[in-house]
Design a binder for this molecule. Structure first.
Ligand code: ZN
Length: 305
């Protein structure tokens, strides 16, 4: 467990994601000069076969008496034919959450960095063939634009999706969110739990907690900043997937919808993280998944804590 001021942060592991090579994860990797920079590969984040070692987890935050989850992983039983690694999982995630002292009814708020299959899955669980909210007392806070975009794509309403893209102003995407995610993990919440769809303008959504706009990986991706007694925690979301992206920020993952915006957002995030000496809580780095971003003469570096 990490302490940031009077706030505690704990990782609840869901699964490892170790099947992809660095080139599969970041296609431009083959063009990088990593042979002359072995330090870019970061101990523990790559195996001898050139695979990225990745984690899938949720961050459990206890802050000012509130129990908060930052993203909710992939979830069980979800049909993901386009993403075999996440298809119909049976992980003991809720048991692990319980071992951390939290039952589903204890969660007060769920904050989403974005609406992708590996970040919203535990919002719902299968009960008698129906998707029902897993956390019955939690308010879900997410992007209004990303909700409306997911809804339009789910309904096959291309005109509405195009309007949302113009609203975002990020240009043409190279991919769209995995279909089925919005339908089984977001829409079933509607009318059953409080949903606060927000415009990310940097204002506080809860005391000491604000979304930091970092669009690009998804249409309205945001990182989350928690200030507590003079210290800062920054939850990156999918601003990066592997520490290599910090050392070589022009890289971009195959999962990013708007690559150019993703690169710009990564740079602004790293500047913010370095300037505030924040503890950075990532979504997919292995090991502790937590660390700090530091400046080097040529750019930035990552140090696990
Ligand atoms: Zn992700």
């Amino acid at each position: 467990m990490l302490r940031i001021g009077s706030t505690t942060v704990e990782k609840v592991h869901e699964m490892d994601l170790n099947g992809m090579t660095l080139v599969q994860l970041m296609p431009d990797y083959s063009n990088t000069d990593f042979q002359n920079h072995p330090e870019w590969l970061t101990d523990g984040a790559t195996d001898a076969g050139g695979h990225a070692l990745l984690s899938l987890h949720t961050w459990l935050v206890r802050h000012r008496g509130l129990t908060i989850l930052i993203d909710t992983g992939a979830g069980n039983d979800k049909r993901r034919p386009q993403q075999k690694v996440l298809d119909q999982l049976t992980n003991p995630f809720l048991e692990r959450l319980s071992a951390a002292g939290v039952e589903p009814g204890d969660v007060d708020h769920i904050l989403h960095t974005h609406i992708h299959s590996d970040h919203v899955g535990w919002n719902t669980r299968l009960a008698n063939g129906e998707w029902v909210p897993t956390f019955p007392n939690a308010e879900v806070i997410c992007s209004d634009l990303e909700w409306r975009y997911g809804s339009a794509l789910t309904d096959g309403d291309e005109d509405a999706a195009a309007v949302r893209r113009r609203e975002a102003g990020l240009g043409k995407p190279v991919r769209t969110p995995v279909s089925g995610t919005f339908l089984d993990s977001m829409r079933p919440l509607d009318g059953r739990v409080p949903i606060r769809r927000v415009h990310f303008d940097g204002s506080e959504v809860l005391p000491g907690i604000r979304f930091v706009p970092t669009a690009g990986h998804s249409i309205d991706h945001a990182s989350i900043e928690i200030a507590s007694d003079g210290e800062v925690a920054l939850f990156s979301g999918d601003v990066f997937h592997h520490p290599l992206e910090i050392h070589v920020p022009e890289l971009v993952s195959v999962f990013c919808e708007f690559p150019d915006a993703a690169r710009r957002s990564r740079l602004s995030f790293m500047e913010r993280a370095a300037d505030s000496s924040a503890v950075v809580l990532t979504s997919h780095f292995p090991l502790s998944s937590a660390g700090r971003v530091g400046r080097t003469p040529s750019g930035f570096e990552w140090r696990f804590i």
